[in-house]
Design a binder for this molecule. Structure first.
Ligand SMILES: [Zn+2]
Length: 146
Protein backbone atom coordinates (compact mmCIF):
# COMPACT_ATOMS: atom_id res chain seq x y z
CA UNK A 1 0.00 0.00 0.00
CA UNK A 2 1.34 3.39 -0.98
CA UNK A 3 0.71 5.16 2.33
CA UNK A 4 2.42 2.48 4.38
CA UNK A 5 5.35 2.55 2.03
CA UNK A 6 5.62 6.32 2.69
CA UNK A 7 5.33 7.08 -0.98
CA UNK A 8 2.11 8.99 -0.52
CA UNK A 9 0.85 11.18 2.27
CA UNK A 10 -2.70 11.47 3.52
CA UNK A 11 -4.01 14.94 2.80
CA UNK A 12 -7.57 14.42 3.79
CA UNK A 13 -8.81 11.68 6.08
CA UNK A 14 -11.77 9.72 4.77
CA UNK A 15 -14.53 7.99 6.67
CA UNK A 16 -13.30 4.47 7.06
CA UNK A 17 -10.26 2.91 8.58
CA UNK A 18 -7.82 0.48 7.05
CA UNK A 19 -6.95 -2.25 9.49
CA UNK A 20 -4.32 -4.88 9.48
CA UNK A 21 -3.26 -7.10 12.33
CA UNK A 22 -0.97 -4.53 13.83
CA UNK A 23 -2.05 -1.08 12.64
CA UNK A 24 -5.21 0.88 12.07
CA UNK A 25 -4.91 3.81 9.69
CA UNK A 26 -7.53 6.33 8.75
CA UNK A 27 -8.74 5.53 5.26
CA UNK A 28 -7.51 8.34 3.06
CA UNK A 29 -9.92 10.15 0.84
CA UNK A 30 -7.19 12.14 -0.86
CA UNK A 31 -3.55 11.18 -1.10
CA UNK A 32 -0.70 13.02 -2.68
CA UNK A 33 2.01 10.98 -4.25
CA UNK A 34 5.32 12.01 -2.74
CA UNK A 35 7.06 11.32 -5.98
CA UNK A 36 5.90 11.08 -9.53
CA UNK A 37 4.66 7.63 -10.40
CA UNK A 38 4.90 7.00 -14.08
CA UNK A 39 1.54 5.84 -15.35
CA UNK A 40 1.53 4.08 -18.68
CA UNK A 41 0.14 6.36 -21.36
CA UNK A 42 -2.71 4.07 -22.31
CA UNK A 43 -3.77 3.46 -18.71
CA UNK A 44 -4.06 7.14 -17.94
CA UNK A 45 -7.49 7.84 -19.33
CA UNK A 46 -9.57 5.25 -21.10
CA UNK A 47 -11.09 6.65 -24.24
CA UNK A 48 -14.79 6.00 -24.19
CA UNK A 49 -18.01 7.85 -24.81
CA UNK A 50 -18.53 8.81 -21.18
CA UNK A 51 -15.00 10.11 -20.85
CA UNK A 52 -15.28 12.21 -24.01
CA UNK A 53 -18.56 13.73 -22.84
CA UNK A 54 -17.01 14.46 -19.44
CA UNK A 55 -14.00 16.15 -21.04
CA UNK A 56 -16.17 18.25 -23.33
CA UNK A 57 -18.73 19.12 -20.66
CA UNK A 58 -21.46 17.36 -22.65
CA UNK A 59 -21.34 20.22 -25.15
CA UNK A 60 -21.08 20.00 -28.91
CA UNK A 61 -17.56 21.15 -29.76
CA UNK A 62 -18.82 22.77 -32.96
CA UNK A 63 -21.86 24.79 -31.87
CA UNK A 64 -22.06 24.44 -28.07
CA UNK A 65 -25.43 22.70 -28.06
CA UNK A 66 -26.07 19.68 -25.91
CA UNK A 67 -24.02 16.82 -27.35
CA UNK A 68 -25.43 13.42 -28.19
CA UNK A 69 -22.83 11.94 -30.49
CA UNK A 70 -19.11 11.38 -30.68
CA UNK A 71 -17.54 12.88 -33.79
CA UNK A 72 -14.20 11.95 -35.29
CA UNK A 73 -12.65 15.27 -36.34
CA UNK A 74 -10.75 13.50 -39.09
CA UNK A 75 -13.28 10.84 -40.09
CA UNK A 76 -12.21 7.24 -39.66
CA UNK A 77 -13.05 6.72 -43.32
CA UNK A 78 -10.38 9.32 -44.10
CA UNK A 79 -7.75 7.73 -41.92
CA UNK A 80 -8.59 9.51 -38.66
CA UNK A 81 -7.63 7.69 -35.48
CA UNK A 82 -9.88 6.84 -32.58
CA UNK A 83 -7.78 8.87 -30.17
CA UNK A 84 -8.27 11.68 -27.67
CA UNK A 85 -7.00 14.31 -30.08
CA UNK A 86 -9.39 13.22 -32.81
CA UNK A 87 -12.70 12.73 -31.00
CA UNK A 88 -15.10 15.38 -29.77
CA UNK A 89 -18.61 15.48 -28.37
CA UNK A 90 -21.03 16.72 -31.00
CA UNK A 91 -24.73 17.37 -31.33
CA UNK A 92 -26.69 15.33 -33.82
CA UNK A 93 -27.20 18.16 -36.37
CA UNK A 94 -23.47 19.05 -36.44
CA UNK A 95 -22.50 15.40 -36.58
CA UNK A 96 -24.72 14.75 -39.59
CA UNK A 97 -23.82 18.07 -41.22
CA UNK A 98 -20.13 17.27 -41.08
CA UNK A 99 -20.55 13.69 -42.32
CA UNK A 100 -17.27 12.20 -43.53
CA UNK A 101 -15.68 15.50 -44.43
CA UNK A 102 -12.63 17.21 -43.03
CA UNK A 103 -13.00 20.46 -41.11
CA UNK A 104 -11.75 22.50 -44.06
CA UNK A 105 -14.22 20.84 -46.38
CA UNK A 106 -17.18 21.30 -44.08
CA UNK A 107 -16.29 24.87 -43.13
CA UNK A 108 -16.96 23.92 -39.51
CA UNK A 109 -14.77 25.05 -36.65
CA UNK A 110 -13.90 23.43 -33.35
CA UNK A 111 -14.37 25.58 -30.27
CA UNK A 112 -11.16 24.12 -28.88
CA UNK A 113 -8.59 21.58 -29.91
CA UNK A 114 -9.33 18.15 -28.47
CA UNK A 115 -6.68 16.73 -26.15
CA UNK A 116 -6.17 14.15 -23.44
CA UNK A 117 -8.39 15.22 -20.54
CA UNK A 118 -7.02 16.83 -17.42
CA UNK A 119 -7.69 15.84 -13.82
CA UNK A 120 -11.29 16.80 -13.53
CA UNK A 121 -12.56 14.60 -16.32
CA UNK A 122 -10.23 11.87 -15.21
CA UNK A 123 -11.56 11.93 -11.66
CA UNK A 124 -15.12 11.97 -12.90
CA UNK A 125 -14.52 9.03 -15.14
CA UNK A 126 -12.55 7.08 -12.59
CA UNK A 127 -14.96 7.55 -9.73
CA UNK A 128 -18.27 8.53 -11.27
CA UNK A 129 -18.38 11.72 -9.21
CA UNK A 130 -16.26 14.27 -7.43
CA UNK A 131 -16.76 14.18 -3.69
CA UNK A 132 -17.08 17.62 -2.07
CA UNK A 133 -13.99 17.06 0.05
CA UNK A 134 -11.94 16.49 -3.10
CA UNK A 135 -12.72 19.79 -4.73
CA UNK A 136 -10.13 21.84 -2.84
CA UNK A 137 -7.44 19.58 -4.25
CA UNK A 138 -8.58 19.76 -7.81
CA UNK A 139 -8.19 23.49 -8.31
CA UNK A 140 -10.34 25.80 -10.35
CA UNK A 141 -10.94 23.14 -12.97
CA UNK A 142 -12.99 21.20 -10.48
CA UNK A 143 -15.88 23.62 -10.19
CA UNK A 144 -18.59 21.40 -11.52
CA UNK A 145 -21.14 22.46 -14.03
CA UNK A 146 -21.98 19.23 -15.80
ZN1 LIG B 1 -23.48 21.16 -32.71
Amino acid sequence: MLVLAAKAEVLHPGEGVFRSERVALPEPSVVRLSYYVKVPYQARVALNRRAVFARDGHRCQYCGASAENIDHVIPKSRGGRHAWDNVVAACRPCNSRKRDRLLEESGMKLRRTPAIPRERAWVLVASGSVRPDWEQYLGAAASLSA
